[in-house]
Design a protein around this ligand. Structure first.
Ligand code: NAP
Length: 286
């Protein structure tokens, strides 16, 4: 163990809250980041239930916990106990990262920007002018669509099983992007014209790994097929898209970079993303 995780009287505490939480890969990822950078911090997982959210916030302030990640089911209800919410998190309507600035709790959302950083580094460097199809309109889709609007795509098309939810999401960001909602019946035609197709639904996630959100024959060869799911690392959607001649992009990078942004907000230092990825990948494969 390197200097970063030698716990002493100056060690700064970080963590993640959720319900459930014991499956989380965030502690191994973040502790690797502290070791790698030599920062004297330690990161733990806390099982916090919804009825204890206010107690949790009081505890963070009282104990000087510097940073917390927030996962399911608390990304919305946490907002009511914070002192300030970043503009992006407010627009998305969810917080996944808290910075404790001398007792002031500030909420951010790094899911969407984490996804976009991963997409640009791993699959498609330039998003400007691209036609993007987003399948799904849940919590993760909201963050991603918001982050994509900053990249000047030519159009964002959202399709969802419950079309009302797709409409609501398109409406939320219609002033900042060319964005439309479609029904699943229109999805095939939209995919045929898309440069990037992103699955933000849970279709294909373990244990139902045989399922896929669309027929890969709808995709243009050469287009990017992207999936938020990282369990499995390569979903059936991505496997079939690859056979179709598409470039593929899995969900692991999103997880790594949402954590990397959180680390950077807390410490002011660049996150060691490669080391973080190696650690999570090894844990997923063991
Ligand atoms: P969510 O808010 O519950 O939304 C789920 C979405 O999936 C909704 O659009 C829902 O459609 C759709 N859906 C679920 N089952 C479906 C089915 N059988 N057929 C068609 N559509 C279906 O969940 P979320 O938080 O957005 O997460 C979505 C996925 O993203 C999950 O697989 C999650 O693991 C992944 N994710 C990955 C990361 C990462 O770091 N890589 C981060 C966050 C989330 P309806 O609206 O019609 O119900």
């Amino acid at each position: 163990m390197g200097a970063g995780n030698r716990i002493d009287s100056n060690t700064v505490l970080y963590g993640v809250i959720g319900d459930p939480i014991r499956h989380s890969k965030s502690p191994i990822m973040m502790n690797r980041a502290f070791r790698e950078t030599g920062i004297n911090g330690v990161y733990a997982a806390f099982h916090v239930t919804s009825d204890r959210i206010a107690d949790f916030a009081a505890g963070v302030r009282a104990m000087g916990i510097r940073g917390v990640n927030v996962t399911i089911p608390h990304k919305l209800d946490i907002m009511s106990v914070l002192d300030e919410i970043d503009e992006g998190a407010l627009a998305i309507g969810a917080v996944n990262t808290i910075v404790n600035d001398a007792g002031r709790l500030i909420g951010y959302n790094t899911d969407g920007i984490g996804y976009v950083r991963s997409l640009k580094e791993e699959a498609e460097h330039e998003l400007a002018g691209k036609r993007i199809v987003v399948i799904g309109a849940g919590g993760a889709a909201r963050g991603i669509v918001y982050a994509l609007t900053s990249e000047s795509p030519s159009r964002i098309t959202i399709a969802n099983r419950s079309v009302d939810r797709a409409r609501e999401l398109a409406l939320a960001f219609q002033d900042i992007a060319d964005i439309e909602a479609i029904s699943n019946e229109q999805l095939q035609a939209a995919c045929g014209q898309a440069d990037i197709v992103i699955n933000t639904t849970s279709v294909g996630m373990f244990p139902k790994t045989g399922e896929t959100p669309i027929d890969a024959a709808w995709l243009r060869p050469g287009a990017v097929a992207s999936d938020l799911i990282y369990n499995p690392l390569k979903t059936t959607f991505l496997e079939q898209a690859e056979q179709r001649g598409c470039r593929i992009h899995g969900g692991l990078g999103m997880f790594i970079y949402q954590g990397a942004y959180a680390f950077e907000y807390w410490t002011g230092q660049p996150a060691p993303a490669t080391a973080m990825r190696d650690t999570v990948l090894a844990a997923l494969q063991s």
